[in-house]
Structures are given as C-alpha cells and as structure tokens.
Write a new protein. Structure first.
Length: 482
C-alpha cells in the first residue's frame, strides 16, 4: 500500500458548499406517491365491474405482481426520510485518518469510452483526497487495450493514479470472463500486495461515473461511523447513482433513466440499508472492505454478466445484516441512443434471469429478485396497449380485476411507477449544474411513461429470450459521453 501524503481538508468553494447543502437537505417526496394513488384508487373503484373472465383473472395476477416490490420501495423512502431527520445525530464528516481507500475503475479501454473515463478519474483525484489522505485510484484495463497510451498519459498526470493491466493470458479458476474476470484479478493483486485488510476499503466505480464533494463527504462519514460501531460495523455500503443533465447527449434517454436513481432510494435503500442486499447492488459507488471482498472474490464462472448482483447475493449468505446505505451520489451518463438503452437493459435482464436460476445461491436470497424479474420480463404483456389490443380481439373491454380489493394493489403499482419517474427526474435535476427541473420536463416525463415502459419491457423480454435460447453470454459495453 502506498499512501499519499496527509493533507488538510481543503476549504470548500462556495459552489461546492451549496452543492453539499442542497444534497443534504434533499429527501424523497411522499406526496408524489400518495396523490396518484388516491386518484387511481378512486377512479378504479368508481369504474369497477367484476370480471371473472380469463382476461380478468390474468390481469388480476400480472398487474398485482409488482405490489410487493412497491411496498419494499416505499419502506426505503421512509427510511431515508427518517435518516435525514436524524442527520444532526450522525457522525460528522471528517478526514479518514486511519483507513486506506482504493478506487477501482475497470474499463474496456476503447477510444469511444475514454472521454468518460477521463472525466470520472479526474473527479476522483479532485474531490476524494481532502477526505482521504491515504488513497489510490486503480484504473483496471486489459493488456494492450485500444486506448492504452491515452490511459497511461492520464495516469502520468497525477501521482494517485495507477494503471493495472490484466494480462491477456490471465484466467480464473472457474473461467470467469468480462468485467468479473478483471475485478478478480485486481482482488488477487490486493491480496498479493498485502491490502486485503479490514482498514482498506475498495470503492468500485464504473468508467463513466464520477464523484463530487458530497460523495466524498458521505463516504468519509460512513467509514468514520464504522470505527465507532464495534462488533456492529458494516462491511458493504451503496450510494445513489444519479445522472446530471450536462452528462447527457440524448435528452430522451436521460428522461427515460429517471427510473434508476428512484430505484436506489427505494428498493436498494430498503434492503441494502437494512443489512441484507437481496435486491442486488450496482457496480458503481459500491464500497466494500478489502478483507471481506477477499473472502468472496469475483470468480463466478463464465456465464456471469451481472457480477455485482451475484456478489451481493453471496454477501447476503456470508455476512447477513452487515451492509448499509449512505446518502451520497455518484454521477453517471445515460446511454447515447435508444438502441443502446435497450441493449443495456437486455444485458442486465439476461444476467439477472440466469442468476434467478443459479442454485448455488440459496432460494431465500433469490426469491425477491425472481419476483422483480417476472414483473420486468412480462412488461410488454402488462402494457396498457397490449391489454387493450387483446380486449379488442376477444371483444371484451372490461379490464377490471376479479375482485374489488385487487384495485388497491393495482393503484399501488401504477402510482409507484409515476412516483419513480417523477422523483427520479427531481433527483437527476438536483444533481445537475443549476439544480432545477425545466418547467416542461415533469410533464414530458409523465407523458412518456408508456413509451419508457415499452423500452424497459422490450429490453427485459429480449434478455429472457437470450437466456431461454442459451445464447453465448456477451458483456456489451456501450459508449458513454464525456
């Protein structure tokens, strides 16, 4: 381990201070969920007409499937609001003097992904050192990658940046490929270099995801809190992935990605924050003790393409109750095209469906993920347009459920979808340069929800089809803007 010289916390600029305060005061809205729910349940009960037909029974089941996830997500929202209310009782943000931070940034090393990598890496060396006087940024590449020279030149600009090249001949014991293979190489390297210790933390980041002053403060606060927790200390933590407007080259896909930060403050907050991340984790802003990662590794086999989720479920089995959530953000970029958006969702669905059937993970840690995936891959069949087309074909336009009580579950699910896009847009706007939503953005994002649902559902369905056809796994890396 080669720590950087101890530094004093830099005086926060006026702009950074405003960003930190703006984020600290934020909490998810409950009203944005309750209002749509009340409108939907009132309308649903008003037009309700019992429908015991096959269509009524089918809709009663598939439109009710998301209800459990909705209740879990809303629990996450309430937990965030409670933590914000008690923020004055939290350990204050201060430099982490004793622990060492390794920021791990895997990259495919193509020229079209390099600009985003450069933006992200420079944000680490700008914002993290004031709170982490002992740290290093490891850029993880494949030996001989396309952008090798540019990445080496980037590393030469700052003493905290180190390039770790995975040898082309490197193989894991289980034949793992893609990003998981690179992560496993870095994990083995840390063990060899004597860094697999309790006081070494690995911050996993994607090559298009940067940090800000608020990110550094939130991570430092979390790590300092573990020093006082004793036997109750946590070993893993996850923050929020948000999308600043200025990182987007396509406003349409940026609006469609409003759903992602909303998921972080809902389902991920609930399960990861309560200690057992059965909903999985995502590969950026994932903080993990090096000693714990050394006991799990990333050698999940050649079919693993959602290595972050598999790591989370393995963590659940080995360290139940030892994960947490922190109110820090990292800053990514939405796919540049609709085609890339669907390809991204396809890969996630493909890998997650496979993970649902992975018997090496106990069922008690897979059931929630299975429920979520059923709702996702059936998305095109649940779509209102599909239902109306079927109703027209069979000549029965009564789309009520079999019993009136089901209307409440439907209203919960649809209100939650509205909330995710509304609140996700609010959060993405908050982390943007001006911190505000454009007047037209909420109107447009709500109006486009049916189209966004098709895009999400199409990606999920394509992933399911690839799994069923047993096609060879592919780790598709889409280009992201600078």
């Amino acid at each position: 381990m080669s720590p950087a010289p101890v530094q004093e916390v830099a005086t926060t600029s006026r702009r950074d201070a405003k960003i930190v305060q703006r984020h600290a005061d934020w909490k998810p809205s409950v009203l944005a969920f309750l209002l749509p729910f009340l409108v939907l349940v009132s309308f649903g009960l008003w037009v309700f007409e019992p429908n015991p037909s096959p269509l009524g029974w089918t809709l009663s089941v598939i439109w009710s499937l998301p209800a459990i996830g909705v209740m879990v997500g809303f629990q996450g929202v309430l937990l965030i609001r409670r933590r914000v209310r008690k923020s004055h009782e939290m350990v204050p943000a201060a430099p982490v003097e004793d622990d060492f931070l390794v920021v791990l940034v895997p990259t495919i090393g193509r020229h079209d992904t390099y600009p985003a990598l450069e933006r992200s890496v420079l944000s680490y060396v700008e914002h993290l050192p004031p709170f982490f006087p002992r740290m290093r940024v490891d850029v993880l590449t494949e030996e001989g990658c396309e952008a090798t020279e540019r990445i080496d030149d980037l590393a030469a600009t700052h003493p905290l940046i180190r390039v770790v090249a995975v040898p082309k001949v490197y193989e894991t014991a289980n034949g793992t490929r893609f990003k998981a293979r690179a992560n496993h190489y870095a994990h083995e390297l840390r063990i060899e270099e004597g860094e697999a210790l309790d006081d070494v933390w690995v911050l996993h980041m994607d090559d298009d995801t940067g940090v800000g002053p608020d990110t550094a403060m939130a991570i430092a606060q979390f790590i300092n809190r573990q020093g006082r927790a004793g036997d109750e200390a946590k070993h893993m933590a996850q923050g929020i992935l948000a999308y600043p407007r200025e990182n987007a080259v396509n406003r349409f896909t940026w609006l469609a990605d409003a759903v992602r930060p909303a998921d972080d403050i809902a389902r991920f907050r609930a399960f990861t924050g309560l200690g057992t991340p059965v909903a999985g984790v995502h590969g950026e802003l994932l903080l993990l003790r090096a000693s714990i990662e050394a006991t799990i590794g990333w050698d999940f086999g050649p079919k693993a393409i959602v290595e972050d989720a598999q790591l989370a479920l393995t963590f659940c089995r080995k360290y139940p109750g030892r994960s947490d959530w922190f109110n820090g953000r990292c800053y990514g970029a939405s796919p540049a095209t609709t085609k890339d958006f669907i390809k991204q969702r396809e890969r996630w669905a493909w890998g997650l469906v496979a993970l649902c059937f992975n018997r090496t993970v106990p069922f008690r840690y897979r059931w929630f993920l299975m429920l979520c995936m059923v709702s996702w891959v059936l998305g095109p069949l649940q779509h209102v347009a599909t239902v109306l087309l079927v109703a027209w074909f069979i000549g029965d336009f009564n789309t009520s459920p079999v019993t009136q009580s089901v209307v409440i579950m439907w209203s919960l699910s649809f209100a939650y979808v509205i909330w995710t896009y509304w609140e996700g847009l609010r959060l993405n706007s908050l982390v943007s340069a001006d911190g505000k939503r454009r007047w037209w953005e909420p109107i447009v994002v709500l109006g486009l929800i049916p189209l966004f649902s098709v895009m999400e559902g199409l990606g999920g369905l394509r992933g399911l089809i690839k799994f069923i056809k047993r096609e060879e796994n592919k780790f598709v890396v889409i280009a992201k803007p600078a």
